[in-house]
Design a protein around this ligand. Structure first.
Ligand SMILES: NC(=O)c1ccc[n+]([C@@H]2O[C@H](COP(=O)([O-])OP(=O)(O)OC[C@H]3O[C@@H](n4cnc5c(N)ncnc54)[C@H](O)[C@@H]3O)[C@@H](O)[C@H]2O)c1
Length: 442
């Protein structure tokens, strides 16, 4: 039994009196029952995880910015430090990785960690291309009996997510027809920033660029405050996926949680004029999603940057909900933001007699602290609410929508093979080229 299997079995047994090989006692907070975690990205969003991580052993820290690395080391002084995550992942005593780096490195770190048998929590978005989302998901499915994964959409733990999911599933608006999600953020960038000065000594800029094509250094990519610096780079194609990786990953999650979706059958998008440097601000995407065992085929739509779905009633101004989701059923609508929702029964059959609210004991159990759900899963049943299968399908769909936008055609998609069947030009955009020396699944 290796260390990881041991932690898992003691946590599953829930006992405080097992004798550890070292002779120490196990128990929820006993030293032997803690995970050895590597934190990659030790400032900004990384700091938001300091609290939950401080109950475990943070044994490795990695950041391309050596000042940020020192910031992390102040909190976790016992950890070894690295500037290159590939070297960090070779540290032998690591059980799990928590990753808060730029979006264009997420799929790499997820794959490399899983290939080393490590549990992974990675900030959203899971990936920035269709291919990356598929490779990460396939890798997770291969390893799901050994590791726990979580995508950092922590709003998922707000109880409203469970309530929406239960009510849609139980038919509060009748049979589901369509789902819409939208976000109103508008971050306009003209194009990649021109070169300006040399990177400061404490910043390993080449490692920051990582697998993406080289762009000259400009301090503008690093101008944001802690936890908001992602807005300085996530609108550029080589570093992020614009709004779908920004608030979109959180907002589509409200809908995704409720619809048990597979992969899309078609994708069709329209938006502002294509800019090869930056992702669009105004955009809408529409997907046909296959039926499942409790609902028929439905459509899923995403709107951003000013594009909006029509409101079912003119007394409801959807624009007042900055980041929201709406479900249309045969008997009405359900409209939700992150923490509340309203039900709008509609039409002749909408008397609600067909709907029985669940008794309290049948409600979905609370997710609890989102990071703790993952930490407990690593030590226990490996189950989390936003694993790389769940988030992988969502990001595959969203990234396919961006490809449909780029080619300006309605795409027919084969989710089994991950190929567009009616447009070769689109297939070329499902993946991206990496700089020499960088391997997605290493
Ligand atoms: N879940 C949320 O609510 C939420 C909120 C904010 C940001 N995020 C996500 O967190 C991530 C980081 O966002 P941020 O605003 O903290 O960005 P940031 O630019 O401040 O980066 C965070 C840290 O990672 C380091 N870093 C960047 N690339 C690295 C690499 N290749 N290897 C090691 N370290 C690296 C940076 O130097 C910095 O210290 C993004 O993916 C973003 O989408 C999520």
């Amino acid at each position: 039994m290796n260390r990881r299997q041991f932690i898992k079995s003691t946590a599953a047994a829930g006992t405080g009196f097992l004798i550890l090989p070292s002779g120490t006692r196990a128990g929820k907070n006993a030293p032997g029952n803690k995970l050895n975690i590597a934190l990659i990205g030790t400032w900004g969003r990384g700091e938001a995880h300091f609290g939950p991580l401080s109950h475990e052993n943070v044994v490795a820290l990695c950041d391309v910015n050596e000042e940020h690395l020192a910031f992390g080391a102040k909190k976790f002084p016992g950890a070894k430090t690295y500037v290159d995550w590939r070297k960090c992942l070779d540290q032998k005593d690591i059980d799990a990785v928590l990753c808060c780096t730029t979006d264009h490195t997420h799929a790499f770190i997820e794959n490399w960690a899983m290939n080393r048998g490590l549990h992974v929590y990675c900030e959203k978005p899971l990936a920035i291309t269709v291919e990356e989302a598929r490779v990460v998901r396939a890798n997770y499915l291969k390893n799901k009996n050994k590791i726990a994964t979580q995508t950092g959409t922590q709003r998922h733990s707000i109880p409203n997510f469970n309530r929406v999911s239960e009510q849609i599933r139980d038919g509060v608006i009748g049979e589901l027809i369509a789902t819409y999600a939208w976000g109103n953020r508008q971050i306009r960038r003209p194009g990649y920033l021109p070169g300006q000065g040399e990177p400061p000594k404490h910043l390993n800029y080449d490692l920051w660029i990582g697998p993406s094509p080289m762009h000259p250094y400009n301090p503008g990519y690093f101008a944001g405050g802690p936890g908001a610096n992602c807005l300085s780079w996530n609108m550029y194609w080589d570093f992020g996926v614009g709004q779908i990786g920004d608030m979109g990953a959180h907002t589509m999650d409200i809908a995704w949680d409720a619809i048990d979706a597979g992969l899309p059958l078609t994708a069709e998008s329209k938006g502002e004029k294509f800019n090869p440097d930056v992702t669009p601000v105004e955009l809408e995407m529409h997907f046909k999603m296959p039926k499942n065992d409790w609902r028929p085929e439905i459509t899923v739509s995403w709107y951003q940057g000013g594009a909006m779905p029509n409101s079912p009633k003119n007394y409801i101004d959807l624009n007042k909900i900055g980041h929201g989701a709406m479900f249309k059923g045969t008997n009405g609508f359900l409209i939700s933001d992150f923490d509340s929702h309203i039900i709008l029964p509609y039409g002749k059959e909408a008397d609600l007699t067909y709907y029985k609210p669940r008794p309290k004991e049948k409600l979905l159990p609370p997710v609890g602290v989102f990071q703790d759900e993952w930490i407990n899963a690593c030590k226990g049943d490996l189950k989390t609410s936003c694993d790389f299968d769940y988030a992988g399908k969502m990001l595959e769909m969203m990234n396919l929508g961006l490809v449909a936008y780029r080619v300006g055609k309605k795409l027919e998609y084969d989710g089994n093979t991950g190929r567009v069947t009616n447009c070769e030009e689109a297939n070329a955009l499902l993946s991206r080229k990496y700089r020499d020396g960088w391997t997605l699944n290493g």
